[in-house]
Design a protein. Structure first.
Lengths: 247, 366
């Protein structure tokens, strides 16, 4: 196996016939690498990471995740999804289940773990995201920041090798962003491979090994955070950075 | 101007609501000129309607089983119920064997009430249904254990209504689930099959489905092969109800956000696990009122089986009075009586649905 856990090789994707959302994407992610993906809306950054666990399918090129190439093969998709956790902008917790049930669902039904063991492991994860005391509540009874931390704990219950974050703080009140970022920063220190779509530049500076800037379906520029923020190479990224940092 | 110092305001209880009858009447019935006029107008109409109604229903009513007194009276003739209730409730079932449908009906009602309770939602409930329906059919049909054989065409009244309603509802529900899921399937063959089913059934009235089940089906079958008409009619009502219910459930399925299915996919759940654990619980919780609507209308639609010569409650009522010239004029009383029976069942169902809604919406309470 190569040292690259994720490998995009000339990946293309269209929505409908005319919207070319990913254009010749070439990207290699090393095991344990922490990547922040940014760019204007509609640039394809969410689609890019959603291809990694096949929530979106690519139409051309090759995409390999941890040695498994993603195709129409359902077994391969299942295989990959077991290794990839995901956190969504809108949390997507299951509102009819308690926090604890949200976490134990997959270990019990997919992993065939006994209930007691699943609950113990779930409580560990809840402690890790500092929300154990809310285990018996329903998601809608929690604040947005708490819900997102539950969502992170739920993804971690599967012991994923890769974590995908799709704008995890964009739906949060400003006061709650920090509590979620703190959890993510702590995760980053534990060696898990992370890809995060976000505009939290503070987070990017603090934990990212690499920042990828996308526009119109293409990777325009990628660099380490220090150089990307202080010395952007392309006109487009300079323009983008001035807009998000300038206010 | 000096700088303002921020001071915390301690929380106070909400203002006390004015209680008491007089306060309520003043607030709700005579709040302003328009509501006062409305109250007076409605009051006048009630004064005009209610006293004569009470006179007819109770004061001038005849309660004895004597049709001559009834003919002479100004009020309702409840004697007709006292005289005919056995035929109304049990139809053409042999008079001497009446205890059998009575026990069968009570057992079935007991089962239905029990099934509505939380304490009964255990795996044994399914087994209990099988047992109770086995006893029900044995009692009604006879031919074993020294019970005389009674053919299904003689079954009638309330036992038949309850049998048709409860069995068709319980069987229609799982069929409706499958059809609703099928209409959202990714497989074109399954999707079109389910769509065709729903559109075909919805395109015809229940009466024609019953006619086909009752009269046309035997013609299409080879000689000597026959299924009891009761079963055919039951299947007809079930398939009919399932098509409508499937659309109600599909409405619920569509209201579950796509993100829920995506989250389930990222957690590795299979299609059926996702449907069972994530999609259906949320979808069904949203369509409880619609499903109960289906149940209630199915319950009342069973009265249509009269046209294929099965005398359930409504049919037996008509039969009981039509066959007796002396009592024939008192149909209004007869219909009021069965209307009351239907109302008791339908109203209980709608109250029960409110309770279910509360149960399934617990997760949404703050």
């Amino acid at each position: 196996m190569s040292e690259h856990i994720i490998q995009f090789d000339k990946v293309n994707k269209w929505y409908g016939n005319n919207f070319h959302v990913l254009r010749d994407i070439d990207l290699q992610v090393k095991t344990g690498e922490r990547i922040v993906v940014c760019g204007p809306s509609g640039s394809g950054k969410s689609t890019l990471i959603r291809c990694i666990n096949r929530l979106e399918e690519h139409q051309q090129g090759h995409l390999t995740v941890d040695g498994v190439e993603l195709t129409d093969d359902v077994k391969a998709i299942d295989d990959v999804r077991k290794k990839v956790g995901m956190v969504f902008q809108q949390f997507n917790l299951f509102p009819h289940l308690t926090v604890l049930e949200n976490l134990t669902l997959s270990p019990m039904w997919v992993g065939k773990m006994p209930k007691k063991e699943a609950e113990e492991k779930a409580m560990e994860q809840l402690k890790r995201v500092r929300i154990a005391e809310q285990a018996g509540k329903y998601p809608l009874q929690l604040s947005g920041g708490q819900q997102q931390r539950v969502a992170i704990a739920r993804a971690l219950c599967l012991k994923p090798k890769i974590m995908l974050f799709d704008e995890p703080t964009s739906a949060l009140d400003p006061e709650m962003i920090k509590e979620v970022l703190d959890v993510m920063i702590e995760m980053a220190s534990q060696g898990i491979t992370m890809l995060c779509v976000t505009h939290e530049m503070g987070f990017a500076k603090a934990v990212a090994d690499r920042v990828i800037f996308m526009d119109q379906g293409q990777i325009v520029e990628q660099n380490n955070p220090h150089d990307f923020f202080n010395n952007p190479q392309s006109e487009r990224s300079r323009d983008f950075l001035s807009k998000i940092l300038g206010h | 101007m000096s700088a303002q110092v921020f001071q915390t305001i301690p929380p106070r209880p909400a203002p006390i609501k004015v209680e008491g009858l007089v306060a309520w009447i003043r607030a709700n019935l005579f709040g302003d000129l328009r509501t006062s006029l409305g109250t007076l107008a409605i009051g006048a109409v009630l004064l005009w309607i209610v006293p004569p109604l009470i006179q007819w229903l109770f004061i001038n009513a005849v309660w004895v089983k004597n049709y001559e007194t009834c003919h002479a009276a100004l009020g309702a003739c409840w004697g007709v119920i006292a005289e005919k209730y056995r035929i109304i409730i049990f139809g053409r079932y042999p008079f001497d064997e009446e205890l059998r449908p009575l026990i069968a009906t009570l057992l079935l009602m007991g089962l239905l009430v029990l099934s509505c309770m939380r304490l009964a939602w255990k795996p044994w409930l399914g087994a209990l249904w099988v047992v109770v329906f086995a006893i029900f059919f044995t009692l009604m049909r006879g031919g074993v254990f020294g019970l005389t054989y009674v053919e299904t065409s003689l079954w009638g009244g309330l036992p038949l209504t309850l049998l048709l309603a409860s069995l068709s509802m319980t069987m229609a529900f799982p069929i409706a689930l499958v059809i609703a899921l099928g209409r959202r399937s990714n497989l074109p063959a399954i999707r079109s099959l389910c769509t065709v089913y729903v559109e075909l059934i919805r395109g015809v009235p229940l009466i024609s489905v019953l006619f086909m089940a009752s009269f046309m089906f035997p013609l299409l079958m080879p000689q000597g092969f026959n299924i009891d008409v009761l079963i055919r009619v039951l299947a007809g009502i079930t398939l009919f109800a399932a098509a409508y219910m499937a659309e109600v459930i599909r409405g619920g399925l569509q209201a579950v956000p796509k993100g829920q299915i995506e989250a389930a996919a990222t957690l590795g759940l299979s299609y059926w696990q996702t449907q069972r654990k994530i999609v259906l619980p949320q979808a069904l919780a949203m369509v409880v009122p619609g499903i109960m609507n289906n149940f209630i209308s199915t319950f009342k639609d069973t009265s249509l089986v009269t046209i294929v010569s099965m005398y359930e409650l409504t049919g037996s009522m008509g039969m009981a009075l039509n066959s007796d010239a002396n009592w024939r004029p008192f149909k209004i009383e007869g219909y009021l009586f069965i209307a009351l029976i239907y109302f008791v069942f339908c109203f209980s169902m709608s109250r029960y649905s409110r309770w279910i809604e509360k149960q399934v919406n617990k997760s949404k309470q703050r």
